[in-house]
Design a protein around this ligand. Structure first.
Ligand SMILES: [Zn+2]
Length: 508
């Protein structure tokens, strides 16, 4: 498969520049097992892209902030695949080692949740991993190709830590192992912080075992009562949080990744540490393009678990269908904050209905439309929409602009469909364009109802039957019955509108 014509530029946090996207797509070589493994894959397609995104720490339900991150990267994967790239998407599941405190103090988040519920930490991890994927499925976020668990890669993490000690970039202290930032002059390059600044801001209590306050844990000694622990050359313990992403990213994608994504709040220390660990061991660049998504805010303040102002996706789904939430997220750029408010979600609901309504109107007109196509107005409309959409997406995945191209397509499509006389071929082309851009690339299911359950195709046919029954009742001057049909449909959420051209309907 060849690559679609494109001019994709991405904003690289590492260089702080907008850059043309050119994947490494290296020839497979024996000394880089990750690359050789990718080359051995049977799928024949366009150039390979290895993409890693920091996944969830599974100790509680995902909230709207997670939706922002994973929908953003889902659309990035979808667009790269749409362009013809053969993307291998790796997103980890953190089930051990993520402490409540960035300064290597605090408790393991999963263990803490397990203690509160008096169950094994793995039970917490399993429960919230499943719930995370269920929530993402509802949002039509494609599952990653590989979802490696930190606890399943302890051997590899120990091996990597051993290598860092061997190369003089890490040291052991009382059964814990720390990365020695003084041994790595590039430390701070991603976040733009200097090691001196870090020293000034560091907390005194966490640095007793560390040579420098900015040193970070690669391996932690297990304190008495710590359940998740494994034997290591330094005694019983567990991995630090940052090391898992370096190790699992390189295991499945090779020593240098094309894209590494994650939340902007993880740029420091998490991503800075990932780079140091990877490059100090391999001597090669870890990542070509660093992409960071911004956060969801509430009244300008970050939505977060620790702040207690978060809305879990499960609670949000009670009020707004998942596709409405997906559209809400896509209405802001991934590098811009998304400010949550019920009003903004209601606006997204109206936007979703405009798109779904256009798709439904096309489907309705297609039943019984005359054969034939070649309407030049339709062909031009689709061509213009595709071009605007691609230009927006090529500009660092500008989904708000891409959506405005789709809204215009929906409006113009409604006008053409309402004017009547479009052939089956033209209607099918319109439907296919909407499905391709809104569905395949932006991941918005338009055929299903906003709730994502009933099929609009069937629902539309049923509504049409009721409209016919109502028309027959009116013809027979049985207005009581006609009104009853209209009212019952309204109760079910379907609004009828009588126009000179007949009765149309929309979902409330
Ligand atoms: Zn990570």
């Amino acid at each position: 498969m060849t690559i679609r014509e494109n001019n994709l530029h991405v904003y690289n946090t590492l260089t702080r520049r907008r850059e043309k996207f050119e994947p490494l797509s290296p020839p497979a070589s024996a000394d880089s097992p990750g690359e050789a493994r990718l080359a051995a894959r049977p799928r024949a397609a366009g150039p390979r892209v290895g993409m890693y995104v920091c996944g969830p720490t599974v100790y509680g339900d995902a909230h709207l902030g997670h939706a922002k991150s994973y929908i953003s990267f889902d659309v990035i994967v979808r667009y790269l695949r749409y362009l013809g790239y053969d993307v291998t998407y790796v997103q980890n599941v953190t089930d051990v080692g993520h402490l409540t405190d960035d300064a290597d103090a605090g408790e393991d988040k999963v263990e803490k949740a397990a203690r509160a519920k008096k169950v094994h930490p793995m039970q917490i991890a399993e429960q919230f991993t499943r719930r995370y994927f269920e929530d993402m499925d509802a949002l039509n976020v494609l599952r990653p190709d590989i979802s490696p668990r930190a606890s399943g890669h302890i051997v590899e993490q120990i091996e990597h830590v051993r290598k860092l000690i061997e190369r003089g970039h890490a040291y052991e202290a009382n059964g814990s192992v720390y990365f020695d930032v003084a041994s790595w002059p590039k430390y701070g390059r991603l976040s733009g912080r200097s090691v001196d600044e870090m020293q000034a801001g560091a907390r005194v209590e966490s640095s007793a075992e560390k040579r420098h306050p900015a040193d970070f844990a690669l391996w932690k000694r297990a304190e008495p009562g710590h359940i998740m622990q494994w034997p290591s050359p330094w005694g019983m313990g567990y991995p630090g949080w940052h090391i898992e992403c370096t190790v699992m990213g390189q295991k499945y994608l090779g020593e240098t990744l094309d894209i590494h994504g994650g939340g902007i709040e993880n740029q420091f220390p998490h991503h800075e540490d990932e780079i140091a660990q990877a490059e100090a061991a391999s001597g090669k660049p870890f990542v070509k393009y660093w992409l960071h998504n911004n956060m969801v805010t509430v009244g300008g303040q970050k939505m977060g678990k620790s702040l207690g102002n978060f809305l879990t996706l499960r609670d949000a789904f009670e009020k707004w269908p998942p596709m409405v939430i997906r559209l809400f997220i896509l209405q802001s750029h991934y590098r811009s904050p998304t400010d949550f408010s019920p009003e903004a979600l209601e606006a997204a609901r109206a936007g979703y209905e405009r798109l779904a309504g256009a798709a439904a109107a096309i489907a309705k007109a297609a039943t019984g439309a005359p054969d034939g196509d070649g309407d030049p107005k339709v062909a031009q409309l689709i061509q213009d929409a595709r071009k605007r959409f691609a230009e927006a997406m090529d500009d660092d995945f500008n989904t708000p602009l891409a959506l405005s191209a789709l809204f215009d397509l929906a409006r113009d499509s409604n006008r053409l469909v309402a004017s009547g006389g479009l052939g089956k071929g033209s209607l099918e082309a319109l439907a296919a364009a909407l499905e391709e851009l809104a569905g395949d690339v932006l991941g918005l299911r338009l055929k299903a109802s906003a709730g994502g359950t009933a099929d609009v195709g069937i629902a539309a046919a049923v509504v049409e039957i009721f409209i016919e029954m109502r028309a027959e009742a009116r013809k027979a001057k049985d207005f009581k019955r006609a009104d009853a049909i209209r009212d019952r449909l309204a109760e079910a959420g379907v609004l009828l509108e009588d126009t000179p051209d007949g009765t149309t309907w929309r979902i409330k």
